[in-house]
Write a protein that binds this ligand. Structure first.
Ligand SMILES: Nc1ncnc2c1ncn2[C@@H]1O[C@H](COP(=O)(O)OP(=O)(O)OP(=O)(O)O)[C@@H](O)[C@H]1O
Ligand SMILES: [Mg+2]
Length: 341
C-alpha cells in the first residue's frame, strides 16, 4: 500500500458512449480515477456498469466508431515524465501499451494467438520492446514463464495455447503483461474464467508481482471478496458513474453508499455473522439506454426520496479523501438545488 507514493495514472472526466442502432449508449459518464505507484486500485460494480469500457478507454483501445470517448485528461506518469494519453499520438500510444501500461483481459483463450507457441508470442514482445536477438529473447521468456509459476518452462515454451489449461494460459498472459515491467497493469476480471483454487493462485501471483515490481494495478472485478484481499483503494461504479471511493478498509468496513452496502451484503465470505442471511440488491441493473431519472440507483434503493428521483447527486468529499455520491450525505439536501447532470 502506498497512498503516499507518486501518482502513476490520473484520469479526469472520462466519458465513453456507443452509437448503436437503438441510439446512444452512455457507458461511462465522467469518471475520475487516480492510481498511485505500487497501489492496487479496484474498480467494482455489477455486470454492465461500465468497468471494462473504462479500462479500454483509459488505454484508448475502444474501436471508434461505434465508440466515442473523451476525457479532460488521462495523465500517465513514468518517472519524471508525464504523458497525456488523451492527446498522445497513436505512435506514442503504441510505445505506452504493453511496455508501460499492460492489460490482462478476462478470457485468456481469446487473448493468445492459437497458431503460435506461447514462447514465440512472448519472444516477439521482448524483441520488439528490447531489441534482443532470438536466443537472448528465448532465455528471457523461459525465465519469465518460470517467474509466473509455469512448471517446466523450457518445455512449455513450445506449447500452443490449446495444449494449456485455463490457469496456465492466464499465467502466460501475466508473463506477457509483465514482460516489459510496466508501471501500470490493468487487469480486467483476470480470474473470472478460472476455478476457485486456481483463482486464488493467480491472484497471489498478481499481488506478488505487483509488490516486487512496485507496479500500480487497476483491478477490474465484480467480486468484493477479491477486492478485500487485493486492493488498497476501491472505486464503486454503477451505470457509468463512480458512486463511492475510498480505501478498501473504509469501503468494505464501513460502506456509505446504499449500493456499496448492497454489494457487500450479497457476498457470503465478507459477512462473518452467519445469523445474518445474505441479501441480494432488489431488481437488476437497468438498461443503460433507459437510465432512471435522478440518481440512477434510486429504483433499487431502500432510502430513496423524491430528491433522489429528481436529481443525480454530485460525488462529494466525505473526509480523508473518501468520496460518495448520495443525497443522504449532503447536508440540507432537501433544500438543495444543485446536482449532477
Ligand atoms: N462495443 C460495444 N457496443 C455497444 N455497447 C457496448 C459495447 N461494449 C460495451 N457496451 C455496453 O456498455 C455498457 C458497459 O459495458 P462494460 O463491458 O464496460 O460492463 P462491465 O461493467 O465490464 O460488465 P461485466 O461485469 O459484465 O464485464 C454495457 O451496457 C454494454 O452493453
Ligand atoms: Mg467487463
Amino acid at each position: 500500500m502506498s497512498r503516499d507514493g507518486g501518482i502513476t495514472l490520473c484520469a479526469a472526466g472520462l466519458k465513453a458512449m456507443f452509437v448503436t442502432e437503438a441510439g446512444f449508449l452512455k457507458a461511462v459518464e465522467g469518471v475520475d480515477i487516480t492510481i498511485r505507484k505500487g497501489e492496487c486500485a479496484a474498480l467494482v460494480g455489477e455486470s454492465g456498469c461500465g468497468k471494462s469500457v473504462t479500462g479500454l478507454a483509459l488505454m484508448r483501445l475502444l474501436q471508434t466508431p461505434p465508440a466515442l470517448y473523451t476525457a479532460q485528461k488521462i495523465l500517465f506518469f513514468d518517472g519524471e515524465r508525464a504523458t497525456d494519453l488523451q492527446t498522445a499520438t497513436e505512435a506514442e500510444m503504441l510505445n505506452v501499451r504493453g511496455r508501460k501500461i499492460s492489460m490482462i483481459f478476462q478470457d485468456p483463450s481469446a487473448a493468445l494467438n492459437p497458431v503460435m507457441t506461447v514462447g514465440r508470442q512472448i519472444d516477439e514482445i521482448i524483441i520488439r520492446h528490447y531489441g534482443l536477438n532470438k536466443k537472448e529473447a528465448r532465455s528471457r521468456t523461459v525465465g519469465l514463464l518460470r517467474s509466473v509459476g509455469v512448471p517446466d518452462p523450457e518445455r512449455r515454451y513450445f506449447s500452443f495455447p490449446h495444449e494449456m489449461s485455463g490457469g496456465l494460459k492466464q499465467r502466460v498472459l501475466i508473463a506477457i503483461a509483465t514482460a516489459c515491467r510496466p508501471a501500470l497493469m490493468i487487469a480486467d476480471e483476470p480470474t473470472t474464467a478460472l476455478d476457485v483454487t486456481i483463482q486464488a493462485q493467480i491472484l497471489r501471483l498478481l499481488r506478488d508481482l505487483q509488490r516486487e515490481n512496485n507496479m500500480a494495478l487497476l483491478l477490474i472485478t465484480h467480486d468484493l471478496g477479491v477486492v478485500s484481499h487485493m486492493a488498497d483503494s476501491v472505486y464503486v461504479m454503477y451505470l457509468g458513474k463512480i458512486m463511492e471511493e475510498g480505501t478498501t478498509a473504509e469501503i468494505i468496513g464501513a460502506p456509505l453508499h446504499p449500493y456499496t452496502q448492497g454489494l457487500i451484503k450479497a457476498v457470503p465470505s465478507l459477512d462473518d455473522d452467519s445469523a445474518v442471511p445474505l441479501q441480494q440488491i432488489p431488481h437488476n441493473v437497468p438498461n443503460p439506454m433507459k437510465k432512471p431519472s435522478g440518481c440512477s440507483f434510486h429504483p433499487r434503493c431502500a432510502f430513496c426520496t423524491g430528491l433522489c428521483r429528481a436529481k443525480m447527486p454530485p460525488l462529494i468529499e466525505y473526509g480523508g479523501g473518501r468520496k460518495v455520491r448520495c443525497w443522504r450525505y449532503i447536508p440540507d439536501s432537501s433544500a438543495n438545488g444543485g446536482g449532477d447532470d
